[in-house]
Design a protein around this ligand. Structure first.
Ligand SMILES: C[S@@+](CC[C@H](N)C(=O)[O-])C[C@H]1O[C@@H](n2cnc3c(N)ncnc32)[C@H](O)[C@@H]1O
Length: 243
C-alpha cells in the first residue's frame, strides 16, 4: 500500500477549493453530504463546542452551528479554510493537521471528521489527539469511505485516473487508506474511547445518473439497516469516559 501523501493532498485541496462546493453543495452532492452529516449529528451532543477535523469548506461546521452549537474547523488546506470563512464569517477556523491538534486538553464537547479519515497518515495520532482535546464525557464521530469489496479497487482506479489525466475532484492517487469494521473498532478502542459504535451509510452515490440516484436514495435507509454490506461509508462514534 502506498503511503498517504499529505503535501499532495494539501496542494490538491488548495487547487480545487473554489470548485469543491459545486460537487458537494449542489444537487446530488448536497443530498449525499447532508445524508452523511445527519448520521454524524445523530451521535454527537447538540449545542456543545465542536472541533471539525478536515472541515474543508465548512459544510458541517455551519450545520452544527445552525443546530445550536458552536464550532471550530481545522484543515490542512488554507484555501479550503478561506472558502469556509466565506460560508460563515462568524465561525472560527484554523489551518493545521488532525494529527497534531493545536488546542488544549479537554476543550471540546464533540469532535467530528467527515470524508477525511482515509487521508490521515497516522490515524493513531489523530485519534489520540481527538481524545486529548475532548472533555470527559465528550463524543467523537468519524465518517469515511470503508474497506469493502466494492471499494477495494478504488486506489487502483485513482492511480489509473491520474495517469490518464481524468479531471475529477477526488480521483487522484493520494495513497488513501480504507478500514473495515474490526480495524476501526480497534483503532478507536486503543485510543481510549468507550461505547464505540459502527454504522454503514450511503448507498445513493453522487456519480450515479439522476433516475438511478433517486431510486438508490429511496432504498438507502433499507440498505443501511438490512443490507449494510452494500453501504460504502463507515461511520464510527465513541465517547471519552468520564473517569
Ligand atoms: C473530501 S474533503 C472533506 C471536507 C469536509 N469535511 C466535508 O465534509 O465537506 C477532505 C478534507 O480533508 C482535509 N485534510 C486531509 N488531510 C488532513 C489532515 N491530516 N488534517 C486536516 N485536514 C486534512 C483536506 O484538506 C480536505 O479539505
Amino acid at each position: 500500500m502506498s503511503a498517504v501523501k499529505q503535501k499532495k493532498i494539501q496542494e490538491h485541496y488548495d487547487t480545487i477549493a473554489d470548485i469543491y462546493d459545486l460537487h458537494y453543495d449542489q444537487r446530488r452532492g448536497r443530498c449525499y453530504h447532508t445524508h452523511i452529516s445527519t448520521h454524524i449529528m445523530d451521535v454527537l451532543p447538540k449545542g456543545g463546542k465542536l472541533l471539525d477535523i478536515g472541515c474543508g469548506t465548512g459544510l458541517f461546521v455551519k450545520r452544527y452551528i445552525d443546530e445550536g452549537g458552536s464550532a471550530i474547523g481545522l484543515d490542512i488546506s488554507r484555501k479550503m479554510i478561506e472558502r469556509a470563512q466565506r460560508r460563515c464569517t462568524t465561525c472560527d477556523y484554523m489551518v493545521g493537521t488532525g494529527e497534531k491538534i493545536p488546542f488544549c486538553d479537554n476543550s471540546f464537547d464533540a469532535v467530528s471528521s467527515l470524508l477525511v479519515f482515509s487521508y490521515i497518515k497516522d490515524p493513531e495520532s489523530m485519534l489520540r489527539e481527538a481524545y486529548r482535546v475532548l472533555k470527559p464525557g465528550g463524543a467523537i464521530a468519524v465518517c469515511t469511505l470503508g474497506k469493502k469489496l466494492i471499494t477495494r479497487g478504488i486506489p487502483v482506479i485513482y492511480q489509473i485516473s491520474e495517469k490518464i489525466n481524468v479531471k475529477h475532484l477526488v480521483m487522484k492517487d493520494f495513497g488513501e487508506r480504507y478500514y473495515d469494521k474490526e480495524e476501526m473498532s480497534d483503532l478507536f478502542t486503543r485510543a481510549g474511547f468507550s461505547d464505540v459504535r459502527i454504522k454503514w451509510c450511503s448507498f445513493a452515490h453522487i456519480n450515479m445518473i439522476g433516475p438511478l440516484f433517486l431510486l438508490a436514495q429511496k432504498i438507502e435507509p433499507f440498505v443501511e439497516k438490512s443490507v449494510p454490506q452494500l453501504a460504502y461509508n463507515i461511520c464510527v462514534s465513541g465517547k471519552k469516559p468520564r473517569k
